[in-house]
Design a protein around this ligand. Structure first.
Ligand code: 9YT
Length: 134
């Protein structure tokens, strides 16, 4: 069994800050753990408004706290995000994420992240990112 604590992960290389300043992500479970998915606690900063398109991954996002919206860009539908909402990107949906206040999210990725991924110009994560070094 593996046991980790968020506060310890936040103080380690598992804590990744978005170079564009929209979010940070504490990657508590990664590919090297062999579970077939990764699990992250993500903070989306208040006022963030950015496009994502996970062409290489499926992602589910559960809102723990905060308020915002996600818009699917193929049809312009906006879905409110409040605590208790999960959105599931089962179609590799291109989407816009907006945080009206800081949001804490629990995120699961399949295939699992290696650990150091940040978004490329298309809002995707590459599959060949470096693993984290602890
Ligand atoms: C909701 C979302 O995709 N935010 C960007 C960060 C991502 N959740 C991650 O890498 O943990």
């Amino acid at each position: 069994m593996i046991v980790r604590k968020l506060q310890e992960c936040e103080q380690s290389a598992r804590f990744i800050k978005d170079p564009k300043g929209d979010w940070d992500s504490t990657r508590m479970l990664l590919k090297e753990d062999g579970m077939g998915f990764s699990f992250h606690i993500t903070t989306i900063y208040s006022g963030a408004d950015f496009m994502l398109h996970y062409q290489n991954h499926l992602e589910s996002v559960y809102c723990i706290s905060g308020r915002g919206e996600v818009e699917t860009l193929n049809d312009g539908v906006k879905y409110p995000i409040t605590p208790g909402t999960i959105y599931i990107l089962d179609q590799h949906d291109r989407h816009q994420l907006r945080a009206f206040e800081e949001m804490k999210m629990a995120c699961v990725f399949n295939p699992p992240l290696n650990g150091t991924e940040v978004h490329n110009a298309e809002g995707a994560y590459e599959l060949n990112a470096e693993p984290i070094c602890e």
